[in-house]
Design a protein around this ligand. Structure first.
Ligand code: DON
Length: 563
């Protein structure tokens, strides 16, 4: 067990006395990895992983733990954990069933295709990215209740750690203090009333964050269920907040929101069954495309992060992301040729112009031809019965729209920016889109979130996912290739430098610790390579025989717990 200190004086919270420890404001440490035998939880914050672990130990299954962890993240990780956003859950149950639950935000009924264009037709991205008009109808709470069907423990038990953490407060990490300080301006711009994340002096590591309004909202959800959010007091507060800032979410939008159970996407990769999220996520389709494009090409022989293997992965990323921009959108609203997009014949055709040693070009290699009628967070959980759950949930950007619902204490998402506001205008992740992902009332905006489970012999062997906007599918893809093809350990597969190509812009983005000699070789092939901030925060669980290895990404306060 390796322990990483996040810059505070820490004591461990004794498992089992979680709520008491929170009440006593006990400090905690960030634990990056654990090897154990029964169950594990990995998430973006130690207190959330601990909440999930406590639920496993109390007899809950992986779905119970995933619900409790998400609720705790809504309190201890306000940058992305949420009840004002949306997400996806992918699960493999010990009875063999694979499920996925879609609780992506929806465009409000008053939304319209050109709502972010000014009178001259120019895109106003400040409106799709900041403030009240940027929010889609939140889906998270409906998603939690839809997941409850597969859980064992009563909801009151699952939400209690979150209520304790909000009511009594918890000491923030150094990273969170820096993040609150650097977002102060946006918070003040978007909120007239006082909010928990802003105070006169600078935040520092160890300061207590108490969220009384949020605790009361969580109590309404505990007492009234889904209606405690989508109707009554909380709904009234959301609608009042909308009126304060020209937002358009109505009582009807909230009341009619439904999470949807969907058939998960499932495919074979060299004897592994990969289970991932279907539309409205692009993630599952993209990783299926990318894995199938490398499958016939013996990437293992090329070795990890050589110019050759990076080039191959870059070229499959280019092609998959070009298809994303052209063909993908909410399949409840538009026709998407999914079968063709993931067929081996089509993908081989797509790779016809791949030339080893020579950079491709996005002007030449666009989407295929088909003719036919920062901020998000991921958690991975596994339990002793063999249930595995992968959940990615999001407010979109860090702290979403930066708008806190006055009196209700939670942040609203800015997910509307994931729609294509105008063809040819990139969203905040540089993603392009067209009609397929245009705004329409009630439609879900296209996502990149890729919660994924890999089975071998019908048993979970990997549970994985990450935040990172459009880099999400490539991070999941690279983590899978690192393990399945390059035989890497789970820790290395998560922490080794990642790279990303998304067709447009035509450029390979690399993390700062990406090897310099490989960059030079790629540039010699004709690629533009650009160093950037970290890519993703991957949370991985690997099962090797009876051993569970859980790894939280080195790139944040991410934390792995198990027993
Ligand atoms: O659904 C999506 O694809 C985006 N809203 C995800 C945003 C994200 O990952 C930001 N995190 N860094």
């Amino acid at each position: 067990m390796r322990t990483y200190l996040a810059g505070l004086v820490f004591l461990f919270i004794i498992p089992g006395s979680f709520a008491q420890s929170v009440k006593n404001n006990t400090h905690y440490s960030v634990q990056k990895t654990i090897t154990c035998g029964k169950g594990a939880v990995v998430s973006a914050h130690p207190l959330a992983s601990m909440a999930g672990l406590q639920i496993l130990k109390q007899g809950g299954n992986a779905v119970d733990a995933a619900i409790a962890t998400q609720l705790a993240l809504a309190v201890v990780y306000p940058a992305a954990g949420n009840i004002g956003g949306g997400g996806f859950m992918v699960a493999h149950l010990s009875n063999g069933q694979n499920i996925s639950i879609d609780y992506r935000e929806k465009a409000p009924a008053k939304a319209s295709r050109d709502m972010y264009l000014d009178k001259d037709g120019n895109a106003q991205l400040d409106l799709s990215q900041y403030g009240h008009l940027a929010s889609g109808v939140p889906g998270t709470v409906a998603g939690l209740f839809a997941s409850l069907k597969y859980a064992k423990l009563p909801f009151v038990k699952l939400i209690q750690p979150a209520i304790d953490l909000a009511e009594h407060g918890f000491p923030i990490t150094a990273g969170q203090a820096a993040s609150f300080n650097s977002n102060k301006k946006e918070f003040l711009e978007q909120n007239k009333a006082a909010i928990a994340f802003v105070k006169a002096e600078k935040w520092k590591a160890g300061d207590l964050l108490i969220q009384t309004d949020l605790a009361n909202t969580l109590k309404r959800i505990r007492d009234l269920g889904q209606k405690g959010f989508y109707e009554g007091e909380t709904a009234r507060l959301i609608v009042e907040e909308m009126q304060r800032g020209n937002g358009i979410i109505s009582p009807d939008d909230l009341k009619s929101y439904e999470a949807k159970e969907r058939t998960p996407l499932s495919f074979d990769y060299k004897g592994h069954q990969v289970i991932s999220m279907p539309l409205p996520s692009s993630g599952g389709i993209i990783i299926e495309q990318m894995l199938k494009m490398i499958e016939p090409r013996n990437i293992a022989a090329m070795k990890f992060q050589t110019a050759g293997s990076v080039q191959l992965m870059t070229e499959v990323e280019r092609r998959a992301y070009a298809d994303r921009a052209e063909f993908l959108g909410d399949a409840d609203f538009v026709n998407v040729p999914v079968k063709t997009l993931v067929s081996r014949e089509y993908l081989e055709q797509r790779m016809k112009d791949y030339e080893p040693g020579k950079a491709g070009n996005s002007k030449i290699t666009g989407a295929g031809m088909i003719r036919e009628s920062e901020e998000t967070t991921h958690l991975s959980v596994i339990d002793a019965e063999g249930n595995a759950v992968a959940v990615t949930t999001t407010l979109n950007d860090s702290y979403g729209s930066h708008t806190v619902v006055t009196g209700a204490g939670f942040i609203l998402n800015n997910e509307m920016d994931d729609f294509s506001v105008k063809p040819g205008v990139p969203n905040m992740y540089g993603a392009l889109g067209n009609d397929k992902n245009a705004i329409a009332p009630g439609k879900r905006m296209l996502s990149s979130m890729t919660p994924t489970i890999v089975l071998k012999n019908n048993k979970p062997c990997l549970v994985v996912g990450t935040p990172g906007g459009t880099t999400i599918p490539t991070s999941v893809f690279q983590t899978l290739v690192n393990i399945i093809e390059f035989n890497m350990t789970a820790i290395d597969a998560v922490n080794k430098p990642k790279f990303h190509h998304q067709w447009s812009p035509d450029r390979i983005d690399v993390e700062k610790d990406f090897p310099a000699d490989v960059i030079q070789q790629l540039e010699a092939m004709g690629y533009t390579v650009k160093p950037r901030e970290s890519i993703g925060r991957t949370e991985l669980i690997q099962v090797l025989g009876k051993k569970i290895i859980a790894v939280g990404d080195k790139r944040g306060d991410d934390d792995a717990r198990g027993y």
